[in-house]
Design a protein around this ligand. Structure first.
Ligand code: NI
Ligand code: MN
Length: 230
């Protein structure tokens, strides 16, 4: 399984030849100015919540690729009203078996309005279990630390987790370590840091804190591709 980091909370996963793209926010991210939105592959676009820094490039990528959108009911309806009718709506706790594998939409403690201020449902994260695998990965979305994450660890074998570490709007470093403990993984990809002044993050401290807990924090360059050995 190949992971490509596009900056902020946006990443692509290639599994079984299918490209999953999460929370595309590229053209508005000055740190990602070397990424061409028109070259980002997507068969499915998974959207954790409605905030601009997670949906900005959904339309341009969906228009080019015809990718199916996966998100909560309200986010999917918002895009459908704009003509993007290839969507699959979910709600919290529900899972669905797509051709590439199973996706469960899970709780996040955050908010979710759309860029125009309309209601974006409640925010979430995703547990993805590729077809033919007994392990999963967890993308938390924007969230606080919550005990609900223990259920994710109880119910799934999480091979790796993609977690926000930037603090202020989401978990910071120390809560992200606890989240990794709750979901039961030692392999974490850090997201949602440094993009804006309030989420400037001490990455040395982040790496140190995770390694002191016996965990490996993976911090990717924007544009970097990593084989997740999964
Ligand atoms: Ni947000
Ligand atoms: Mn965000």
């Amino acid at each position: 399984m190949k992971l490509t980091y596009y900056g902020h909370s946006c990443f692509g996963i290639e599994t079984n030849g299918v490209h999953l793209l999460f929370d595309p926010f590229i053209s508005g991210n000055p740190l990602a100015s070397h990424i061409d939105v028109n070259s980002v592959p997507a068969d499915f676009i998974l959207i954790s919540h409605g905030h601009q820094d997670h949906v900005l490039d959904v339309e341009v990528i969906a228009k080019r690729t015809g990718a199916k959108l996966i998100s909560n009911f309200e986010v999917i309806n918002w895009f459908a009203a704009k003509g993007f009718e290839n969507g699959h709506s979910m709600n919290h706790g529900g899972g669905y078996d797509f051709d590439f594998g199973r996706v469960q939409y899970v709780n996040a403690v955050h908010s979710s309005s759309m860029p125009d201020g309309s209601y974006g449902g409640n925010p979430g994260g995703f547990v993805v279990t590729p077809k033919g695998s007994s392990s999963s990965f967890y993308y938390a979305g924007d969230t606080a630390l919550t005990y609900d994450m223990k259920f994710i660890g109880d119910q799934n074998d999480i091979a790796f987790a993609l977690l926000p570490i930037g603090d202020n709007y989401t978990m910071g470093i120390d809560d992200a370590v606890r989240c990794a403990e709750f979901v039961g993984t030692n392999k974490i990809v850090g997201l949602h840091y440094n993009t804006f002044p309030p989420i400037q993050t001490d990455l040395d401290r982040a790496s140190r804190t995770f390694s002191q807990s016996g965990k490996d924090l993976i911090l990717l360059e924007i544009g970097q591709i990593r084989d997740m050995n999964f």
